[in-house]
Design a protein around this ligand. Structure first.
Ligand code: PLP
Length: 437
């Protein structure tokens, strides 16, 4: 390699001296796949260009927010206009009201909401609110679901259902996760047992309805139905973490997908982020009025933020929601995403490579496994070496997917049929290599 001509490598070396691991969020470091992270210089539509001027078809889209692709003209205009009026005031603005109205119109289970700046903040605050509103401290989360990096959420399963979680990060005291019960995703019997043992002490159950942080795994309809029933029966709040799925898998978010299969289905609270900011730091949590009114300044549960409801971020989010609300938007996006997954499946079949894929709206996942896994343990059985061959091969062919096999992928409305065809073609040539391995 000629180090002086690879700007990505050069920047990575500089970054590593100044920023731990050279990145400001761990997955960007390519640790799982090896190699040099691409430093993005600019992006437009479905593409970004790295520091060497190399173009990639972008299937990450900032991990979900860029549902319209990069630099959508209507969003750009809204952001530029908002920036001229001021960056931040620390006082309320009309656009915060408009954004709240827009979100509530699209997600009817949300009657009131609070805007924050990151999904981590939203999930952390939702748990505090659930605890404050119920007067209970314990809660359930599922292995493989990510709800940001608040202390009480960095936890893995203890040795049994009677024992609670163990921290997954240094610096998280055991006391802080002792009320977090970690269960296996889609494991009905374990769910029943956990509620039988602890139901009356549970403040909430938090779940990614379609898990996007262990690649792409759907909660089964019977499992979700039972989550709802048990929460209602025991007085625990059902909290949907839709930071990734919200306004990404459907205009009404993942809860609208489950409501089609389970009549009257609704979560009590919803955590949102990513798409609602359109690429700006913006997130939210919301739910039933009686619960949300427990929040300061009305209620006793404290929560605050200097940059919450930022005027440039709300302009970006509003413009994004306006575009995705246009008739036919999700039908077109879903069709495109499905055609990608179907194309990959056919290419893998033709090469005799084990493959399974799934998608909903503009979110997808695939596994080098013959059938879709149903939980984290099964996801982690995927062969990392084979995935890495695919990842680096795609990268060389100008296709950028998540640099880890436990992440979901994202298609935007800016991706063209040609982009999809090029991606399938690139993957087909790699499946032939994998076949002979
Ligand atoms: C991304 C994500 C978060 C965390 O959001 P940040 O803005 O990165 O803090 C929380 N929950 C889910 C489901 C996510 O995908």
């Amino acid at each position: 390699m000629k180090p002086n001509t690879d700007r990505n490598a050069e920047l990575f070396e500089r970054a590593k001296r100044l920023i731990p691991g050279g990145v400001n969020s761990p997955v960007r470091a390519f640790k799982a796949v090896g190699g040099t992270p691409r430093f993005v210089q600019r992006a437009q539509g479905a593409y970004f260009w790295d520091a060497n001027g190399q173009r990639y078809i972008d299937y990450i889209g900032s991990w979900g927010p860029m549902i319209l692709g990069h630099g959508h003209p209507a969003v750009l205009e809204a952001v530029q206009k908002a920036a001229l009026d001021g960056f931040s005031f620390g006082a309320p603005t009309e656009r915060e009201v408009e954004l709240a109205e827009a979100i509530i119109r699209l997600v009817p289970s949300v009657e009131m909401l609070r805007l924050v700046s990151s999904g981590t903040e939203a999930a952390m605050s939702a748990i505090r609110l659930a605890r404050g509103a119920t007067g209970r401290t314990k809660f359930i989360k599922f292995e493989g679901c990510y709800h940001g990096h608040a202390d009480a959420l960095l936890v893995k399963a203890g040795s049994g259902l009677a024992t609670f979680g163990n921290p997954t990060s240094a610096g998280v005291p055991a006391e802080v996760v002792k009320d977090t019960l970690v269960l296996e995703y889609n494991h009905l019997a374990q769910l029943e047992e956990a509620f039988a043992l602890h139901g009356k002490e549970l403040a909430c159950l938090m779940i990614e309805p379609i898990a996007g942080n262990m690649n792409f795994v759907r909660a089964s309809v019977p499992f979700m139905k039972r989550c709802r029933e048990l929460c209602t029966q025991y007085g625990a709040l059902l909290v949907f973490d839709e930071v990734m799925t919200g306004f990404r898998v459907a205009l009404g978010s993942a809860q609208s997908v489950y409501a089609k299969a389970i009549p009257g289905f609704e979560p009590d609270m919803t955590v949102m982020g990513k798409v609602i900011g359109g690429g700006m730091p913006l997130a939210a949590f919301g739910g039933k009025r009686a619960v949300m009114e427990q929040l300061a300044p009305l209620g006793a549960v404290y929560q605050a933020g200097t940059l919450s409801g930022n005027p440039v971020a709300t302009a970006c989010g509003l413009a994004t929601l306006r575009e995705i609300s246009k008739p036919g938007f999700f039908d077109a996006l879903s069709g495109k995403t499905r055609s990608l997954v179907t194309g990959l499946q056919q290419a893998a079949n033709a090469a005799g490579v084990a493959f399974s894929g799934d998608s909903e709206g503009g979110m997808f996942g695939f596994f080098l496994l013959p059938a879709l896994p149903q939980n984290y343990g099964a996801v982690m059985k995927t062969d990392g070496a084979r995935f890495n061959t695919l990842f680096h091969g795609l990268l060389e062919r100008g296709v950028y997917i998540a640099p880890a096999l436990y992440e979901a992928g994202f298609v935007s409305s800016a991706h063209s049929d040609d982009d999809i065809a090029h991606t399938v073609e690139a993957a087909a040539s790699l499946f032939k290599i994998l076949q002979n391995k």
